[in-house]
Design a protein around this ligand. Structure first.
Ligand code: UGA
Length: 465
């Protein structure tokens, strides 16, 4: 099938590369010429496991092509995926400027029946909005005497950064929202080999057990809501467990055991129950805010959603509080931060907790050094007074406090003897609850979470030991 993917961001690139791999003819479009030039040479602009190889392979097979000519790509292809960004406006409402511009162009380029697929996370009602804009712009076509049919599909993505390629090939479900039976049948055909798990691609250690993938056919509004409600629910689970972790800290319970005990109940499950510094990234913050905004716009209460956001903001503040409890005055203290990306296996720093806490420490007059295995530049939103260190040990040298912010596996295997000898005072805040008591017990004698007298003082952000 002939597919056009608009937007070479992480959703567009993963979607395009995956559809090319299962045999479709894909043209991926972006307005940034430099991005298109690099992609055409097989250089992937984002750090996403397995993606660059997939792009290279399909460029070679000529099943995947990149262009900046949007109108040409719309005209030549039959299924148009919209994968443009919908960043949040200050009031939480998603900015639909790119989506509207693309819809206008699609309207003025129609030259046959086409299916327009909303893959970007878009507000409830966007399928109808796109349809209206396309219709309004039909009159701008050169061939305006002819009328062409088109259908809109809402087909949300459920790709986790760092695992996006795996998630694209082995999704937990495929959601198709449309009012057109014809378009739904074509989409089923497009995804046939994914639904039947009948393709050659394989990834090492994938959780691929090749079971048929459930496909949910619904109306476009329900499909749009499935996406928001899924992300908001996962964020709710995390905020819930963070609130429980704070209670654990007060009453002297162990959050890891509490979570384990809860998670064994299959009605609860153990996923998205890792307590820590809270959720970040380009999706949860934006989507929870957008759903709360929609609820309020339509007069439905958003009490839970607003509380979920509040709990998440508090979690970052907890780290600052713990640092103050340990160091007293923050001014002139040296603070080492391990991890800048919002989570491991990505170089994405959007709404990363590291940004909030580093900016705050700098504002309080500390010297902050940060290290991340893949983020090597100071993110745009981060105060550029931060020193981006070349390695872990440069980060901890003479530091008064070390904070583990992102749970990169390499931080688990730190040489804590060396860490301790390099630091001015061996204080660690483990903001992800990643350090295991076992891995430290030969080095330290830990008797409790606070007030203990040990070689290396570990101040857990959340009570774990
Ligand atoms: C999320 C969803 O998981 C995807 O299904 C969805 O497609 C995507 O958003 C999107 O809307 O595009 P992602 O933002 O890549 O994916 O990140 P997650 O791995 O879900 O993690 C989100 C945040 O929650 C991270 O900050 C992570 O550190 C935090 N988290 C996750 C926890 O604090 N505890 C947990 O137990 C799990």
């Amino acid at each position: 099938m002939k597919v056009c993917v608009i937007g070479a961001g992480y959703v567009g690139l993963v979607t395009g590369a995956c559809l090319a791999e299962i045999g479709h003819n894909v043209i991926c479009v972006d307005k940034e010429n430099s991005k298109i030039n690099s992609l055409s040479e097989g250089i992937c602009p984002i750090y996403e496991i397995g993606l660059e190889e997939l792009i290279k392979k399909n460029l070679k097979k000529k099943t995947l092509n990149f262009t900046a000519d949007l109108a040409g790509a719309i005209r030549s292809q039959d299924i148009i995926f919209i994968c443009v960004g919908t960043p949040p406006l200050p009031n939480g409402k998603p900015d639909l400027t790119s989506l509207d511009d693309v819809s206008k162009l699609i309207g003025s380029c129609l030259n046959g029946y086409k299916i327009i697929v909303n893959k970007s996370t878009v507000p409830i009602g966007t399928a109808k909005r796109v349809k209206k804009i396309i219709k309004e712009n039909e009159s701008k076509r050169n061939n305006k005497n002819e009328s062409f049919d088109f259908d809109i599909i809402s087909n949300p993505e459920f790709l986790k950064e760092g695992e996006a390629v795996n998630d694209a090939f082995f999704p937990e479900r495929i959601v198709i929202g449309s009012e057109s039976h014809k378009a739904v049948e074509i989409m089923k055909e497009l995804y046939k080999s994914i639904i039947n798990q009948d393709f050659e691609y394989d990834v090492k250690n994938s959780r691929n057990n090749r079971k048929k993938i459930p496909i949910i056919i619904t109306d476009s509004t329900s499909s749009e809501l499935i996406k928001y409600a899924s992300n908001a629910f996962l964020a709710t689970k995390i905020s819930f467990i963070n609130e429980v972790a704070n209670i654990c800290e007060r009453v002297g319970a162990n959050i890891i055991d509490v979570t384990y005990g809860m998670g064994l109940d299959s009605r609860i499950g153990n996923k998205y129950l890792r307590a820590g510094i809270g959720w970040g990234g380009s999706c949860f913050p934006k989507d929870v805010r957008a759903l709360a905004f929609t609820a309020e716009e339509y007069g439905a209460p958003a009490n839970i959603l607003n509380a979920v956001i509040q709990v998440n903001n508090y979690q970052r503040y907890r780290i600052i509080q713990k640092a103050m409890d340990t160091l007293g005055i923050i001014e002139d203290k040296i603070i080492g931060v391990l991890g800048i990306a919002f989570k491991p296996d990505t170089n994405d720093t959007r709404e990363a907790p590291s940004i909030t806490i580093i900016n705050k420490f700098l504002e309080l007059g500390a010297e902050v050094r940060a290290y991340d295995p893949v983020v090597k530049k100071c993110p745009r939103e981060m105060d550029d007074k931060v020193i981006i260190a070349n390695d872990i040990y440069e980060t901890v040298k003479n530091a008064d406090l070390l904070i583990l912010v992102t749970e990169w596996p390499e931080f688990l295997n730190l040489d804590f003897n060396k860490v301790k000898s390099l630091m001015k005072s061996p204080n660690i805040i483990d903001a992800r609850n990643m350090l295991k008591k076992k891995s430290l017990q030969n080095l330290v004698s830990i008797t409790g979470v606070s007030g203990f007298n040990c070689v290396l003082k570990i101040i857990m952000a959340i009570f774990t030991i």
